[in-house]
Write a protein that binds this ligand. Structure first.
Ligand code: ZN
Length: 368
């Protein structure tokens, strides 16, 4: 074998991903190729090596394998390069197929995000969205770097400590002062930054990730109310996860996580909104109740049942608070974190079994 032939074999064995990041455009192609193939490992290899985005990027990659966006396109434009860093606009287009539907029912999606790239040695890597820090007394508030958004986000700064205090008041759990909150201009941008199969949401939090929220619209009072509601909800997820202890957050069922988060945000929900939530769960308790065991693991709960998880979760938390006192809801969550098993958790909260707890809560809600 000649040297040249040996070199070619060597290059072939390295595979396309290892070669395809010498320029930002090659990085875009490599990201697209890995995403279309649903290759989470290859995608992760294209990500910048440090920062909060490392966790977010890994979760984004895991979704590519779970629900592969076969037609996704990655396009970089408006490249501004300075040394080993570059700012670009990333336009993503893909067909989001709602869960359980066929490809013919897919929705054409398109999002443009300001993103950052870093060069590590000879190769470019993707470092996630670009933000502008907004001045705060506590925590970190970041606005996606799109025209006009930082100015709109600035008045939200004093709401961070208010929302954190509310979680402390209602559940007795501290929100860490260094929580990072990222604000997006709309829900498609937020969802696309989390993962491509996610339906539009108003807020997001996962262990180890920044909290994300969509900039609300409306009057100043409406913006304040909506922000406090979503922030308190997401701060609760963060506080509950940290109080559960390392690696134990996922032992707390998803419905309970959401129930606690909505319960904590009660003060910032309008009376009408709260009554609508209550009448929905009262209705589920009478007819259409989904067994809580089927609402425990977020990735395995069909989108059509998300409403059950949110409403039934809130209903059970309200039941616990009304019958066991202020400590009741967190007592159950803590028992789940400690035991990781539903019967043991229910016994830890003073019930004979999880079935007994679920029946008692459902009966209480059906009669409300
Ligand atoms: Zn939530």
């Amino acid at each position: 074998m000649t040297f040249r032939a040996a070199l070619l074999v060597g290059l072939t064995l390295l595979g396309p991903a290892a070669l395809a990041q010498r320029t930002p455009q090659e990085l875009a192609q490599a990201l697209q190729q890995a995403a279309r193939a649903g290759d989470a490992a290859a995608y992760r290899n294209l990500l910048a090596p440090s920062g909060t985005f490392t966790v977010e990027g890994a979760n984004f990659a895991a979704d590519l394998a779970r629900r592969t966006p076969a037609d996704v396109t990655y396009t970089f434009s408006e490249l501004g390069q300075e040394g080993s860093r570059a700012d670009v606009s990333l336009t993503l287009t893909w067909t989001r197929v709602p869960e359980g539907r066929g490809p013919s029912e897919g929705q054409a999606s398109r999002v443009t995000l300001p993103v950052q790239l870093v060069r590590v040695g000879e190769v470019w890597r993707y470092a996630g969205e670009a933000f502008i820090p907004v001045k705060t007394e506590t925590g970190s508030l970041l606005a996606l770097r799109v025209p006009g958004l930082p100015e709109r986000v600035s008045p939200l700064a004093p709401l961070l400590p208010r929302a954190a205090q509310e979680v402390k008041n209602v559940l007795g759990l501290p929100v860490p002062p260094d929580a990072v909150v990222k604000v997006y201009p709309d829900s498609p941008s937020l969802s696309a930054s989390v993962y491509l199969s996610l339906p539009p949401v108003a807020g997001w939090n996962e262990p180890g990730e920044a909290i994300k929220l969509v900039m609300p619209g409306g009057t100043a009072a409406e913006v304040e109310g909506a922000t406090l509601r979503v922030l308190t909800h997401e701060f609760t997820h963060l506080a509950v996860g940290l109080a559960a202890g390392p690696g134990r957050d996922k032992r707390i069922p998803w419905w309970l996580h959401e129930g606690l988060a909505n319960f904590a945000a009660r003060t910032f929900v309008t009376e009408r909104g709260w009554q609508a939530w209550q009448s929905r769960v009262n209705g589920y308790a009478r007819s259409g109740w989904v067994p809580l065991g089927e609402l425990a693991d977020f990735p395995n709960v069909p989108e059509a049942r998300w409403d059950n998880a949110y409403r039934q979760g809130l209903g059970v938390v309200e039941y616990l608070a009304a019958t066991r006192g202020k400590e009741g809801p967190w007592q159950l969550a803590r028992a789940f974190a400690q035991t990781g098993e539903s019967d043991a958790a229910a016994r830890g909260a003073g019930f004979s079994s999880f079935a007994a707890l679920e029946t008692a809560a459902r009966t209480w809600l059906a009669a409300r």
